[in-house]
Write a protein that binds this ligand. Structure first.
Ligand code: NI
Length: 436
């Protein structure tokens, strides 16, 4: 007997080998998808009627700092350096492990509600983050964000903490939690630290999550320090391969894109954060044309200001149309691939599709709503008309986390109340001086 049968829904498989099914079933057993078809003779403990809904793979957010939900709307409409140095870093210095636990719980709640089933995170107090993820039922690849600003001693202690976390949490929560190394960026980490991170990551058989060329300032700084840009420096170091997830990748030359493609680097595109901080426009269509695996991320809530991957999909599609003056750029299907298949590929998980043998990370989007009526093209609706609030059911690893808009894995009101009181405590103590 199966665990879950989802029936009567439009099945958006995202599997290149199987077309969508107008009315079909998805069968789940032991956390794995065992059938995607028009019907089934099987029975299950749980039958979910997806009538009027789209059944699709859960969305994968490949770059965020989940605990930053606590800074949602705290410092907006500022220049990036002012925002980071005078507002975000001093506020972060006030955060305790318990604050991060609360902030991450809030992030997981928001993601479950908006159809994200897996995310890639880099932050601080990672044991607390991991504990929140474990309890939430979500899937995540977590890393401790390391910064040494050229200070060797600091670099070594950051690396020690990074490795401790990598080894302690990899594979926990029945494999839902994996770990990565998280060197913050090429200009905030010394070349020695980056070289050691690569060695350690190979040794521990884990991936690396890093920001690359988010700002023009990084490009200029790298050229001044090394006489070359971040991509060239990392390539020379032997750092770049398909075990690297590189967030942003905005200030790239054509040569940089060739290197990222040659090395198989996974790029996480974060259009909302890039637009809000006026960081620039990542050359995503050019990377996709080369064959680079580009996925989508929201970045943290201080620069977005939410974790809604539907909003990210729409923004990505619109931004590159206007940027290329070509409305055929990034069609809806391709954007959906970025948010599902490509994200799973970046994480190295067997998910992102509704396919026999894939992990059962599945969502149901309610189409029986005024702004989604009528339906000519499901993919178009998901990218251009839907939002996270239209997700009615979220399943991760074969467990139902939200059923018909009811979140089953946490007390929603309590999570929001705790987040409010955590920020009340933090914000009055924040000064306006740089702490790092
Ligand atoms: Ni980031």
């Amino acid at each position: 007997m199966a665990d879950i049968i989802i029936k009567n829904g439009y099945i958006l498989t995202m599997n290149p080998a199987q077309d969508d099914i107008k009315q079909g079933v998805v069968v789940i057993k032991d956390g794995i998808i065992t059938r995607v078809a028009e019907s089934t003779d099987e029975t299950a403990d749980t039958i979910i009627d997806a009538k009027g809904g789209v059944v699709m793979p859960g969305l994968v957010n490949t770059h965020t700092h989940a605990g930053m939900t606590l800074f949602r709307g705290y410092a907006d409409d500022l220049a990036l350096s002012d925002w980071l140095e005078n507002h975000i870093w001093p506020a972060e210095a006030q955060l305790t492990g318990n604050d991060l636990y609360i902030g991450t719980k809030l992030a997981c709640l928001e993601m479950i509600r908006s159809g994200t089933t897996a995310f890639v995170d880099m932050y601080i107090h990672m044991d607390s983050v991991a504990r929140a993820v474990e309890e939430s039922g979500m899937r995540a690849a977590l890393s401790y964000g390391m910064i040494d600003l050229g200070d060797h001693e600091r670099g070594m202690s950051e690396l020690k903490e990074g490795r401790r976390f990598v080894r302690e949490w990899n594979g926990r929560a029945d494999g839902r939690i994996t770990t990565m190394y998280g060197p913050h960026a090429p200009h905030t980490c010394s070349r020695d630290l980056l070289g050691l991170v690569k060695e350690y990551a190979i040794d521990d058989n884990v991936k690396i999550h890093i920001h690359i060329l988010e700002t023009e300032a990084e490009l200029n700084e790298m050229k001044k320090m090394f006489g070359m840009c971040s991509v060239n420096m990392l390539d020379e170091l032997g750092f770049l391969d398909n075990d690297v997830i590189a967030a942003h990748c905005i200030w790239l030359s054509d040569g940089d894109m060739d290197i990222l493609n040659k090395c198989g680097v996974n790029v996480s595109h974060n259009p909302v954060s890039n637009m809000k901080l006026a960081s620039g426009i990542s050359p995503v269509p050019k990377m996709l044309a080369r064959g680079v695996n580009v996925s989508l991320g929201t970045d943290g809530c201080a620069s977005n200001n939410n974790l809604d991957m539907f909003g990210e999909m729409k923004t990505a599609a619109l931004l590159h149309k206007v940027d290329t003056s070509d409305p055929t750029t990034l069609p809806a299907r391709q954007v959906l691939e970025m948010a599902t298949v490509n994200g799973a590929r970046a994480m190295g998980t067997n998910s992102g599709m509704l396919k026999l043998g894939c992990m059962a990370d599945v969502i149901i989007v309610d189409m029986d709503r005024p702004h989604l009526t009528p339906v000519y093209n499901v993919a178009s609706h998901l990218v251009y008309s839907a939002s996270g609030g239209d997700v009615r059911t979220t399943i991760v690893d074969g467990k139902v986390l939200m059923d018909d808009y009811r979140v089953l894995v946490m007390d929603e009101q309590k999570v929001m109340d705790e987040a409010r009181s955590a920020t009340e405590k933090i914000l009055p103590t924040v000064g306006l001086t740089r702490t790092t």
